[in-house]
Design a protein around this ligand. Structure first.
Ligand SMILES: [Zn+2]
Length: 235
C-alpha cells in the first residue's frame, strides 16, 4: 500500500536517526499516534528542520510505503516557542507530551485528544494561568477523553451518590469511594471532589476559575495518583 495524506499533527517525541534524519512520534487528529521518519532534517537549511521539534504542530504531509511513514512536507502552525524560555513550563509541557504518547493509540482518530493538547499548550505558552490549575485541567480532561476518568459524584464500587454518603479517594478502585467500600481511602475535601467532577466536563477555558483556587493542590495530588495507577496499566 502506498499512501500520501495530509494530517494535523503535534510532535510529541523525537529521536535522532542515522546522520541527518530523525524519527518523530506525532499525535495526529486523523490517525492517532504515528511514528514517521523525517529525512535530512538535521542538515543545515533543511526545510523540515522545525518539523521534527517537540511541541511543533502543523499540517504534515505523510507518505506511507514499505510499512513506514515519512514526513515529506510540513506547514508549521505553532511551535509554542515561549515554553523554551521558561524552564518550569517547559518541564510541565514535556511531561504532558509523555502522557499524550502513553494514552494515544495508533490508527485511531484522536480529535478530542488533539484539541485538548493544543488548548493546554496554548494556555501554558501564552498565558500566565497558574501551572497547577493548568496541570489539573489537562490531566482530568485527558482521563475523560481517554475513557478512564475517576468517579467523582458517586462511589466507584457501590454507586452510592455523594449526596448520600461521604466519599474518600482510592485510585486503585476507580476514584471516589465510600467508607463502607474502602476503609483505607484517602480523605477527600468536598471542594476537591467538586473539581474532580466538574473540571473534566467543562471547556478548557474554565481553567481560569481554578487559578489560585484553594482546593487545586488536593485535587491535583489525587489526580496524579489516579494517573500513575491507570496509565501504568494501559501503557
Ligand atoms: Zn461504596
Amino acid at each position: 500500500m502506498v499512501l500520501n495524506e495530509s494530517v494535523s499533527a503535534l510532535v510529541i517525541r523525537r529521536a535522532d536517526w542515522r546522520d541527518y534524519d530523525r524519527i518523530v512520534t506525532l499525535l495526529t487528529r486523523e490517525r492517532g499516534r504515528v511514528e514517521a521518519a523525517v529525512r535530512g532534517c538535521r542538515r543545515p537549511k533543511s526545510e523540515l528542520m522545525n518539523a521534527a521539534e517537540p511541541f511543533v504542530c502543523g499540517q504534515y504531509q505523510l507518505y506511507f510505503n514499505h510499512g513506514r511513514f515519512t514526513v515529506t512536507q510540513c506547514r508549521v502552525t505553532d511551535g509554542f516557542y515561549p515554553l523554551r524560555e521558561d524552564m518550569e513550563r517547559l518541564t510541565l509541557g514535556a511531561a504532558w507530551l509523555r502522557l499524550l504518547e502513553e494514552v494515544s493509540v495508533p490508527e485511531e482518530p484522536a480529535g478530542e485528544l488533539f484539541e485538548l493538547a493544543l488548548s493546554a499548550l496554548t494556555y501554558l505558552a501564552y498565558s500566565d494561568t497558574d501551572q497547577s490549575a493548568l496541570d489539573l485541567m489537562f490531566k482530568l480532561k485527558l482521563c475523560l477523553v481517554s475513557g478512564f476518568a475517576p468517579s467523582a459524584d458517586a462511589c466507584a464500587v457501590c454507586g452510592r451518590s455523594a449526596r448520600e454518603t461521604a466519599l474518600g479517594f482510592d485510585a486503585r478502585r476507580g476514584g471516589c469511594v465510600c467508607r463502607a467500600c474502602a476503609l483505607q481511602a484517602t480523605p477527600l475535601g468536598e471542594g476537591a471532589r467538586r473539581i474532580l467532577f466538574k473540571a473534566p466536563r467543562a471547556p478548557f477555558k474554565s481553567v481560569q476559575l481554578l487559578s489560585g483556587h484553594p482546593d487545586v493542590n488536593e485535587a491535583l495530588l489525587r489526580t496524579n495518583e489516579f494517573l500513575d495507577y491507570n496509565v501504568a496499566r494501559i501503557g
